[in-house]
Design a protein around this ligand. Sequence first.
Ligand code: AMP
Length: 307
Amino acid sequence: MSLLVVGSIALDSVETPFGSTADALGGSAVFFSCAACLLQPVQMVGVVGQDYPFDALQRLAERGVDLTGVERRPGESFRWKGKYSYDLQNRETLDTRLGVFAEFVPRIPEAFREARYVFLGNIDPELQLGVLDQVRQASFVACDTMNYWINGKRDVLLELLRHIDLLMVNDAEARELSGDWNVYRAARWILERGPRMVVIKQGVYGAVLVNDGRVFYVPAFPLEEVFDPTGAGDAFAGGFMGHLARTDDQSPANLRRAMVYGAAMGSFAVERFSTQRFDEIGAAEVTARVREFGDLVQFDIGPGHER
Ligand code: AMP
């Protein structure tokens, strides 16, 4: 089934305790697509300036990402600069230069308007609503956001929640949106405002899916080497949505599988700087890691307690 992503296409400069990058490939639509295209072709919508290394994006096209919806406009590309703490748990935004992203109004190409699975990356919720006006038959819409919009455009964001199936946010965003520090109460608060389900990502502590009064937890993959957490959330979304679109199955069991594909892709994202790890892996590595998740959480309740 067709899979559409709308989001930022950035040049990231990142500092971690293990090194740094400058003007590397980044942005929510890029990380999402790098992960999702390992599972399912992707239709990407975003904007870049004339300084963007378009040949790097072209490599994504070779892997099944349709770039018809990527506009090239006069001006500078969106640039984001961040620095991570020693334990990689916190990051500080050092600089955000919007460039052509400031004027971004997503125009969904005619050929993408039939998309059945849609991911709205972190952009202005008014623009996210504008995307939904252009897609005709989405059967599953997922959406990300950030504290900037939670505080600055709360009413529009609440309106958006009424039109989506899944809100995928991190724990800090869930707390900020709901005003509740407990992530499970925050999830319930969000579900009462429209979405059928919510995914709350908790970085190194994994992620939870809450829907129909049930909670499913997927751990973060136990990696000994983590270089750059940037894009883990978007790669998670790419794995989750890529699996759902590929299978076109929204059953509870398959949503749980999608969570594991999400966690697997998130774990690949952090193993190298920028999107580099996705240049090295293919379907076999993805399947192998998903299998390893099986081992990670499988347990036997012991004699006398089986159902
Ligand atoms: P994540 O680590 O999953 O939260 O995503 C990080 C990505 O989001 C980076 O590649 C940034 O380029 C991008 N990003 C950072 N700030 C913004 C913003 N204000 N709007 C859109 N994308 C952003």
